[in-house]
Design a protein around this ligand. Structure first.
Ligand code: CTP
Length: 398
């Protein structure tokens, strides 16, 4: 299962770092490719030379390393793996991750990545139980970070309790489970994401505030479960996830065409914030100012892609999921939208500016289905995506 998988292994500075040498050896034994990263503190516990020798690859240590940066920038390094494993994940490294710090190579990679991250925490029991660490754990879980361990038991410091790094076989099993989780293997799923840009003229356009973060997270979560994902994205702020087929579009009309050519599919998730209107006749040349005379824009309605696919007479995906961005009466409006468009589920969210959801990193959604409305607690967009992907897997694989 781990054969030819690319693992970026970040080794934090804790006494458990010695176990990471065995982890590298076992990963290599299973055929994985290991790219090791050492924090400064980790170098106090294991030497770069032993890590490099076991990994059979150079060790990355420095954020500002000219040679490394010339060969492979740290952003690319963070994204070129199939899985990032942090072992040991120290209290400090977890705090940096939870806060989004990027002041050394390890924390920068963890902030810049869109690859799934598995962490094996290791620290003294008091540090583990401290409210600050517990807050960080909750934050990391809601950001979609996977955990393995810690175990309880006697620690190197002589105390007893939770905080001991998971044993190497458990870390390997957690990594394997991640790659095994192919419940959606063989299922083709279309995901739309991001805003659309509707041109006014060659330089101006009408758009909305969607960042594409939620759609991107959903596509990543579905791909992580083994689905073949066609990711149709408007011009989003966030880069598309790895392991999906990316189709880039600008306008609603192009998005519709891309979705139609991606059919047939087992499911379709419409997370894009499609512009409802376009400028009826966009100018082929830049509209110039004319002595105070204001241009008048006439609009025409864009095709409703979600409704079109939901109401297909033949070849409709088994599961069609729409989104509803509402500012008031969220459940009532979203329930009516589900009926009107004919989709199976609506993921409704409250996009009043004070919620900080549109363009933010968290989401509080209500899932509307034929069975009624189910409110999910506010969580990271990654966690919403994983929960939704698990639901989709349940619905498609029975
Ligand atoms: N959608 C679509 N094509 C459109 C407009 C919307 O596929 N032309 C999809 C969106 O991707 C989303 C859902 O429809 O899944 C809801 O979009 P929304 O804009 O919130 O709903 P509207 O139908 O535009 O209703 P209203 O503007 O009244 O809120």
């Amino acid at each position: 299962m781990l054969a030819s998988k690319r693992i970026l292994l970040i080794i934090g500075g804790g006494i458990a770092a010695y176990k990471s040498l065995d982890l590298i050896r076992r990963l290599k034994g299973l055929g994985a490719e290991v790219t090791p990263v050492l924090t400064r503190a980790a170098e106090e516990f294991v030497t770069p030379l032993s890590v490099a020798a076991l990994a059979g690859a150079p060790v990355h240590r420095d954020l500002f390393d000219l040679t490394t940066e010339a060969e492979m920038g740290h952003i690319q390094l963070s994204r070129s793996a199939d899985l990032i494993v942090v072992a040991p994940a120290t209290a400090d490294l977890m705090a940096k991750m939870a806060q989004g710090h990027a002041n050394d190579l390890a924390s920068t990679l963890l902030l810049a990545t869109d690859t799934p991250v598995l962490i094996a925490p290791a620290m003294n029991v008091r540090m583990w139980e401290h409210p600050a660490t517990q807050r960080n754990i909750a934050q990391l879980k809601s950001d979609g970070i996977r955990f393995v361990g810690p175990d309880a038991g006697e620690m190197a410091c002589g105390e007893f309790g939770a905080g001991r790094m998971a044993e190497v076989p458990d870390i390997l099993m957690a990594a394997e489970t991640y790659f095994e989780a192919g419940v959606l293997q063989g299922k083709r799923i279309i995901v739309t994401s991001g805003p659309t840009h509707e041109p006014i003229d060659p330089v101006r356009y009408i758009a909305n505030r969607s960042s594409g973060a939620q759609g991107t997270a959903i596509a990543a979560a579905l791909a992580a479960l083994g689905a073949e994902v066609v990711f149709v994205t408007g011009p989003a702020d966030v880069p598309p996830p790895p392991h999906v087929e990316v189709v880039r579009v600008e306008t609603a009309a192009q998005m519709k065409e891309a979705v139609e050519s991606a059919l047939p599919a087992d499911a379709a998730v419409f997370a894009a914030a499609v512009a409802d209107w376009r400028v009826a006749s966009a100018s082929a040349s830049k509209i110039k100012k004319k002595d105070g005379a204001l241009p008048v824009l006439e609009f025409s309605e864009n095709p409703d892609i979600l409704a079109g696919v939901s109401q297909m007479a033949q070849g409709r995906p088994k599961l069609v999921v729409g989104f509803a961005a509402e500012t008031d009466d969220v459940v009532a409006h979203a329930t009516a939208k589900r009926e009107r468009k004919g989709c199976d589920w609506i993921v409704a969210n409250d996009v009043r500016p004070e919620t900080g959801i549109m363009g933010g990193s968290e989401n509080a959604v209500v899932l509307i289905s034929g069975d009624g409305a189910e409110s999910w607690p506010r969580m990271g967009k990654g966690a919403v995506a994983e929960k939704l992907a698990a639901r989709i897997a349940e619905a498609l694989v029975q």
